[in-house]
Design a protein around this ligand. Structure first.
Ligand SMILES: Nc1ncnc2c1ncn2[C@@H]1O[C@H](COP(=O)(O)OP(=O)(O)OP(=O)(O)O)[C@@H](O)[C@H]1O
Ligand SMILES: [Mg+2]
Length: 395
């Protein structure tokens, strides 16, 4: 039986569909890492559009002379109690680098001696060795009082690894859910720190990605005129599948789903070509039945929680103010800043906070007609159905 997964599968290639153009575009940028030009990318796109899946695939497919590490900041946030700090991010980076090296034990053995001595030379004095972070089996310091040294050590390590091996020509590091970096103590300073090191790491490429809307202020903070990377990050937006791509995807990967023409149009309209929704709706449609408009409508209505599951989770973590903001946009089909200031019933500074937080989570976006609107149709649909069936919005 064919499956269309709704979470990250182990065997990426088995389920991955298409994206040839995006892959080529990203790989073209990344390939400069071999030629002493450090690539720096920012990958944006709607929630569930497939950014994480795509970057996992891109990393998997790199040639053997390129080392890769993938860091998901949401995992660190989830795993650790308390706030995300600069130290935690750096340690996560360190652990990811170590994991990369350890996976490749065979070639790693060839240059372990050299790397180890390089690391030993990076001053490790005066550190507390109690934490369980290891690189190449050398215990690495917990830095409580020496953030400068930790950051220097971690940020310089990938280039040192490249330099110490003839077989390795580059190191690519993906930082997923990078918008969470906004939660560290001084995000601006942290971006500047990364920038200052990345500039001198000629064979180390960084890719930032996350669920953040194109107009979020975090993008400005990192890549705007005044931002640390000042427009140097090459921004690539991942688009949903087109109508035709969705059709081919269903033909190729679904478990024999069949549609009437109108049925398929409805299906595309509901999912908007976003793979997460395509996969979750596909998984509950009857197979070996030709699905018409009514079947799609019914199935979605009855199973909306299953298709919109991501939003149930996100909704639960929003503040009442943020929920009120979203409901206002839903009921008024968007609103200008002036209207929100006047009508929402919150102070201007609260409205600013809601806008920042919701756009940094990819929930709202600023449309061309200067209104804030909800970025995701499935969220709108879920809220509407909940309101219609329960008489009130979800708490
Ligand atoms: N190219 C693809 N082929 C097949 N399935 C895909 C593809 N891209 C994404 N998917 C499916 O959609 C799901 C969501 O994708 P993914 O988690 O990569 O989205 P995302 O853009 O990273 O979302 P978020 O912003 O919430 O992190 C994946 O688990 C996968 O099942
Ligand atoms: Mg993702």
């Amino acid at each position: 039986m064919k499956i269309m997964p709704i979470s990250m599968p182990k065997d990426i290639d088995k389920y991955f569909f298409n994206r040839t153009k995006d892959i080529n575009m990203i790989n073209t940028q990344l390939s400069t890492v071999k030629f002493d030009i450090p690539p720096q990318l920012l990958i944006t796109g709607y929630r569930g559009v497939g950014k994480t899946f795509l970057l996992r695939k891109v990393l998997n497919d790199q040639s053997d002379d390129i080392l890769t590490s993938f860091i998901d900041l949401s995992e660190i946030m989830g795993r650790q109690k308390g706030n995300l700090t600069e130290e935690k991010v750096l340690k996560a980076l360190l652990n990811a680098i170590d994991e990369t090296i350890s996976q490749n034990k065979k070639s790693y053995k060839k240059w372990i001696g050299k790397i180890t001595s390089t690391i030993k030379k990076l001053e490790l004095k005066n550190y507390d060795f109690s934490d369980n972070v290891n690189v190449f089996d050398i215990p690495i310091p917990v830095i409580s009082d020496n953030y400068d040294k930790l950051s220097k050590f971690v940020m310089e390590l990938p280039q040192k690894i490249v330099d110490s091996s003839n077989d390795i020509t580059g190191f690519i590091i993906v930082i997923d859910e990078f918008q969470l970096l906004k939660n560290v103590e001084d995000p601006e300073a942290f971006f500047w720190l990364m920038r200052s090191f990345t500039q001198k790491q000629f064979n180390v490429g960084y890719v930032f990605t996350g669920s953040v809307s194109k107009t979020a202020d975090i993008i400005n903070m990192i890549n705007g005129q005044e931002g640390a990377f000042g427009g140097r990050l090459i921004q690539i937006n991942i688009e949903p599948f087109t109508f035709d791509e969705t059709k081919r995807y269903i033909d190729e990967k679904s478990n024999n789903l069949k549609f009437t023409n109108e049925g398929f149009e409805r299906f595309y309209n509901c999912t908007r070509g976003i793979p997460l929704y395509i996969n979750s709706l596909s998984s509950i449609l009857p197979n070996n039945t030709v699905c018409d408009e009514d079947i799609i409508k019914e199935t979605l209505l009855l199973n909306i929680d299953q298709v919109a599951i991501m939003w149930i989770y996100i909704w639960g973590r929003l503040s009442q103010g943020e929920k009120d903001f979203i409901i206002y946009l839903l009921e008024h089909e968007g609103a200008t800043r002036a209207t929100l200031d006047k009508q929402l019933g919150y102070s201007k500074s609260s409205v600013t906070r809601f806008i920042d937080s919701l756009s940094n989570q990819g929930i709202i976006e600023f449309s061309q007609n200067k209104k804030f609107v909800l970025a995701d149709k499935m969220l709108q649909f879920w809220l509407k159905i909940k309101f219609e069936t329960a008489g009130c919005y979800p708490l």
